[in-house]
Design a protein around this ligand. Structure first.
Ligand SMILES: [Zn+2]
Length: 347
């Protein structure tokens, strides 16, 4: 199916349709989303979450060759609310979560090109100062590649025989281990030792897991400040990585905590939000506006011409990554993919 899609896109590009749609949509704003960089084999484990610096490099080169203008998020949001002249093909670069690998691998790519970007920081993981437990546990189970396991030395929920042949089985073990770590984990070193002990029982060595590289950690305050001083705006991705659907008081507390943690580092008040995992409800715009937030991005692809008081809380964004073929990226950024979606919607 993907091969058919790529053939169609190749034909469209050869016929000059990408160029035509770039011209037709030259005033529309694009928002791109990335997550972490790649420091080992993480991109094979999760191609949406971790991408090589070379991929970002190639994307930015294409955008610059085709005359896209990389602009800050704040400027784009202002732009969407007025009719003033715009730079050609205005594009915003956003990065979610706050992975150390974003700082280590992707930030230098932007620095070399002197491009602005936005980091939507999930402050819970940031202040935890240890590897992201969810992702590290999923990685261990992926790396182990086992259909069965016998774990010992934790608690009744973790210990014993586990069927890992299904994703439900893997999820059950990861969930039990996560709970154990949250109850027992202390320092970063202690958590890493526990993760290594767990991984070893699944046949994954400490060297393979390579927690010392910090590939599953988040940025530290000094690294965040360095990014901010080099053109990154640090914005809101919640304190916990979850939008509390239907629970406005929780949203308020979560955003206040996220803003406070960013403020503690000495950074300006963060006012742009990114829905964790794209989840939101129909009242989100009212709730966020009341909390002083000025925009929010989703995970729904599309180009943006204008955004009124409501629409700026549901901004389209394209999730790029190792799982996206260069032709799909070009089609999306040229506005051809948006045209196809509209066509399909009407048909
Ligand atoms: Zn996220």
């Amino acid at each position: 199916m993907k091969a058919v899609k790529l053939s169609v896109l190749r034909l469209a590009r050869t016929a000059g349709l990408f160029r035509l749609f770039r011209w037709l949509s030259r005033s529309k704003v694009r928002i791109l989303c990335y997550h972490g960089g790649n420091m080992g084999d993480e991109r094979r484990f999760n191609s949406l979450l971790f991408c090589q610096a070379g991929l970002l490099e190639a994307r930015l080169q294409w955008l610059q060759d085709k005359g896209f203008s990389i602009i800050p998020l704040d400027a784009a949001v202002t732009m969407l609310g007025n009719d003033r002249p715009r730079p050609r093909l205005p594009t915003v670069l956003t990065f979610d979560d706050g992975w150390y690998s974003t700082f280590r691998g992707l930030h230098p790519v932007l620095e070399r090109r002197q491009l602005p970007a936005t980091l939507y920081l999930c402050t819970g993981y940031f202040v935890a100062g240890r590897p992201n437990l969810d992702v590290t546990l999923s990685y261990i189970l992926w790396k182990a590649g086992r259909a069965q396991a016998n774990i010992q030395g934790f608690d009744a929920g973790v210990d014993g025989a586990h069927d890992l042949s299904t994703s439900a089985g893997k999820k059950r073990l990861a969930g039990a281990m996560l709970r154990w770590l949250e109850q027992n984990g202390a320092s970063r070193a202690g958590v890493c030792a526990d993760l290594e002990r767990f991984a070893a029982q699944l046949g994954v060595s400490a060297a393979e897991l390579d927690l010392a590289s910090r590939r599953f950690d988040f940025v530290r305050p000094d690294e965040l400040l360095q990014m901010a001083s080099q053109g990154w705006s640090i914005e809101l991705h919640g304190h916990v990585h979850q939008y509390p659907v239907g629970r406005p008081d929780e949203l308020k507390a979560d955003l206040a905590r996220c803003q406070a943690e960013i403020g503690k580092v000495g950074l300006p008040m963060a006012r742009h939000y990114c829905y964790p995992s794209g989840d939101h409800d129909a009242d989100a715009h009212q709730l966020l506006r009341n909390l002083g937030v000025v925009s929010a991005t989703t995970c729904i692809p599309g180009l943006l011409e204008r955004a009124d008081e409501r629409q700026r809380f549901y901004l389209s964004r394209f999730l790029d990554g190792e799982n996206i073929h260069p032709l799909e990226f070009e089609s999306e950024m040229s506005g051809f993919a948006d045209f196809l979606r509209r066509l399909a919607g009407r048909g």
